[in-house]
Design a protein around this ligand. Structure first.
Ligand SMILES: [Fe+2]
Ligand SMILES: [Fe+2]
Length: 354
């Protein structure tokens, strides 16, 4: 666990949801006037086809519990229980972070293409966040979404950074949910909570959200060239490394589903990398042994950092400072690791076939 306090009350839930560190989900603001000026008209046919899919709303009836749900919620071993709660809280926080950002953009732009897209994205993310929150309520816990919106720190990102970051988090979200779903489809005896039965149709929403940002970027190809490629590399690494460190600090959750964190994360990277070739001209070489050693070193630095925090005092702070320096050094080395390059495909849209 990245924080030492056990999640036993709604106060502890809120504290976890509000946590600000390098691997916690963030809330964002952006330049709304620049969002308003976005032009997707060079991809009009693809754009309109995508909006028609949102309009069709094939998941409108999906985020409701069925009759079996309640009977499938069981007591879990304490370690798994805590990691599962942490998983629910970080998932709600990321879903709701998307909801708040998309809703702000929706309110502040007049551009009809962007306004319409943001209306659909807000609809979907609000369903997702609320559906997860019901599962916390089974344990008499909840994230107070309005309080979180008011109290969470907001990070300002230029629109292009919003596109790189949200595109990746939507696609990696798809890859995570479908990998879990497929594993539990093969091993239903390992499905320790009913919420995982919802992941297949759910992840198709995330996939489509990612497609929207892919179209925005491909309609504005200057975002994918020149110095911006260095930013794409940065965001690829930041998103991959964050997930890797977070998953490796809650290994019990994945092992309960029969997934070793390494195996799970590299599978998710493979899927995300394959999809991201639709828009990014570079991808990370996650199969390289040196790259993998670098990620493992980031996990070690994180564990040492948390141990320093738990120890406290001057010794603890020195240990934290040393671990932070080591983490930064390994991140820089990973950033400089050679990337794979590819030409962008003429056919932009990808199907969720995993
Ligand atoms: Fe979502
Ligand atoms: Fe999403």
């Amino acid at each position: 666990m990245s924080t030492t306090q056990a999640i036993v009350s709604t106060d502890a839930v809120m504290q976890r949801a509000k946590t600000e560190n390098l691997i916690s989900p963030r809330f964002y603001t952006t330049d709304y006037a620049a969002m308003d000026r976005l032009d997707v008209s060079s991809l009009r046919a693809e754009w309109d086809a995508m909006l028609a899919e949102y309009e069709g709303d094939n998941n409108h009836d999906h985020f409701k519990r069925d009759e079996a749900f309640a009977s499938e919620v069981k007591a879990l071993p304490p370690g798994l229980h805590q990691e599962f709660l942490d998983f629910l809280i970080t998932s709600i926080t990321s879903e709701f972070s998307g909801c708040v950002l998309y809703n702000e953009i929706r309110k502040k732009v007049d551009n009809p293409d962007i306004k319409q897209l943001m209306t659909y994205l807000t609809r979907d993310e609000s369903r997702h966040a609320n559906f997860i929150n019901y599962s916390l309520r089974d344990y008499d816990l909840a994230v107070d979404l309005q309080a979180l919106k008011a109290s969470k720190a907001y990070t300002y990102f230029k629109p292009k950074y919003i596109f790189y970051a949200t595109y990746l988090s939507e696609k990696i979200g798809y890859a995570r949910y479908i990998t879990i779903y497929r594993q539990l489809e093969r091993h239903p005896e390992l499905r320790f909570h009913p919420i995982f039965r919802w992941f297949e149709r759910w992840c198709n929403d995330e996939f489509r959200h990612g497609e929207s940002f892919a179209l925005i970027m491909r309609a504005n190809p200057q975002l994918l060239r020149g110095g911006n490629v260095l930013w794409i590399r940065f965001f690829l690494l930041a998103v991959y490394a964050t997930m890797f460190v977070r998953d490796h600090t809650r290994p019990v959750l994945h092992r309960a589903m029969g997934l070793e964190p390494d195996e799970f994360d590299y599978r998710v990277f493979d899927i995300t990398t394959e999809i991201s070739k639709q828009v990014f001209p570079v991808s990370l070489d996650t199969d390289s042994p040196a790259f993998r050693r670098g990620l493992a070193s980031l996990v070690e630095a994180r564990i040492a950092f948390d141990a320093g925090a738990a120890r406290g005092g001057l010794g603890g702070r020195l240990q934290q400072a040393g671990a932070a320096l080591k983490g930064a050094w390994h991140f820089a080395k990973l950033y400089l690791h050679p990337v794979k390059k590819h030409a962008l495909p003429a056919q932009i849209r990808v199907a969720p076939v995993w």
